[in-house]
Write a protein that binds this ligand. Structure first.
Ligand SMILES: *Cc1c(COP(=O)(O)O)cnc(C)c1O
Length: 459
């Protein structure tokens, strides 16, 4: 018989081995390909296996090496999607959070963890110019957006008791797919999400928004919310918040801001985010632009009362046990989940370990890298930038070659990883910088790799 505990000696040995694996992994990132050479067949052969009856013991740690070989590496040369780079203190925070194994449902269930989460949520709010907002951490921007739209509806056209009634929500054509998904899940129906046209910088057009709301008014529809985006997923565009807030106020609509990609850049460039604090709710993703290990989303809002009407389905049994508002506090009465992990510990540790200035500077470097890339593209007559660089996403293309083929070659060459996007119907190569490991040399490799891939195609 083997019980599930281990001795302190075993723990020390295993921990030492695990830390060695982490050290050699992080040290190997320089040399690693930006995307692993692997296939579905490969990973299935390696990792599809029955659960053995007998203990394998510490040997399982050695699997880490082959897992890392077939994983997307967190190198400074990975520029696809919006993928944060995962800094090490956050990883240690995850380990220690798992050691404490708190269930952060409420203060009663997790006293320290609840206070720490409320503190770090306050830090994030204050860092983006939304001091006084409250909220909670969650799995990511998609969950945050879903909770925000549930709150918007409960504020404007309550559905919890009687079920959903027809209503309309507005967002720009560049909105992230998690918004139509949330609209569908809430039973609002995707056809009731109005996609508002954008200007030449891919920002929502307030005149078109006003016209759409007026048209819905005339048609007898019930608008409830506007979703603005700060940092659209394709080009990083920032919707005009003050104008949208003004429209929301006049029309008595909920204003949600999806800042899952861009919101945290307000730490470094607050001037780009004027009007953010006019939002009713705001989604952020610390696993993107605060470089935290997955997962670490956050929904901020300035209506805790509405958060409670939306999410509280209990009989206040917590409050019966305590009159003290801190001790009566329950995340499950203000958000979707009940059992919740201690996501705040990694933020508590890494944000203080490095200090606020280090994060501001890392974000500023990402913004600078995007500008560097745009300048390099401008020096190459065969390349064309396809969208203004508002934050750290750069979309460009080769003017005369098959860009899809170029992208496949670039990825196969393994030096840098780019993703793709569609800009006004054109296939774009896209590089996004939310990576504390990226160096100026890595940035220069983007264009040289695109040129090298194009040359290969010519042969
Ligand atoms: C990433 C992203 C989301 C979704 O966030 P997840 O953490 O992936 O769920 C939503 N909106 C925008 C703008 C994003 O960049």
């Amino acid at each position: 018989m083997r019980d599930l505990e281990i001795s302190n000696q075993e723990l020390s040995d295993l921990a030492e081995e695990a830390v060695d694996l982490a050290k050699s992994y992080w040290a190997s990132l320089e040399e690693r390909q930006a995307y692993p050479s692997t296939s579905g067949k490969n990973t299935t052969e390696l990792f599809l296996r029955p659960w053995a009856e007998n203990a394998r013991g510490r040997d399982v740690l050695q699997d880490f090496k082959s897992i890392a070989e077939h994983a997307r590496p967190a190198t400074g040369r990975f520029f696809g999607y919006v993928l944060g780079s995962g800094e090490p203190i956050g990883a240690l925070g995850e380990l220690l959070a798992a050691v404490l194994n708190q269930n952060v449902t409420s203060w009663r269930s997790a006293p320290a963890a609840t206070s720490i989460e409320r503190t770090v949520v306050g830090w994030l709010a204050e860092a983006v110019g939304c001091a006084g907002f409250t909220g909670s951490l969650c799995g990511g921007g998609s969950m945050a957006n879903l909770m925000a739209l549930a709150m918007a509806r409960e504020a404007k056209l309550p559905a919890n008791e009687t079920g959903a009634r027809p209503c309309v929500i507005y967002a720009s054509e560049q909105v992230h797919m998690s918004i139509p998904k949330a609209v569908a899940l809430l039973g609002i129906g995707r056809k009731n999400l109005r996609l508002i046209p954008v200007d030449d910088k891919f920002r929502m057009r307030p005149d078109a928004l006003r016209a759409a709301i007026a048209a819905d008014g005339e048609a007898g529809n019930t608008p409830i919310a506007i979703v603005a985006t700060v940092g659209t997923i394709v080009s990083g565009a920032i919707d005009p918040l003050p104008e949208i807030a003004d429209i929301a106020r006049r029309e008595a609509l909920w204003m949600h801001v999806d800042g899952a990609y861009g919101g945290l850049a307000a730490l470094a460039v607050p001037e780009k985010f004027q009007g953010l604090s006019l939002a009713d709710s705001l989604s952020l993703d610390a696993h993107k632009w605060l470089y935290q290990p997955l997962d670490c989303g956050c929904l901020l809002n300035r209506h805790p009362d509405i958060a409670r009407t939306t999410f509280s389905h209990s009989d206040d049994y917590v409050r019966i046990l305590s009159e003290d508002p801190t001790e009566a506090f329950a995340f499950f009465e203000e958000s979707i989940e009940l059992s919740r992990r201690f996501r705040a510990l990694k933020l508590w540790m890494s944000l203080q370990y490095h200090g606020r200035s280090a994060y501001r500077e890392a974000i500023a470097r990402d913004l600078h890298h995007a500008q560097m890339l745009a300048r390099t593209i401008a020096t190459r007559p065969e390349l064309e930038q396809l969208a203004p660089v508002s934050l750290s996403a750069v979309c460009f293309r080769h003017r005369s070659k098959d860009n899809e083929a170029i992208l496949r070659r670039v990825i196969a060459r393994g030096r840098v990883y780019l993703s793709n996007a569609s800009i006004n119907g054109q296939f774009a190569l896209r590089a996004c910088f939310v990576n504390h490991r990226t160096t100026p040399d890595d940035v220069q490799e983007i264009v040289s790799e695109v040129i090298a891939a194009t040359d290969e195609l010519n042969h």
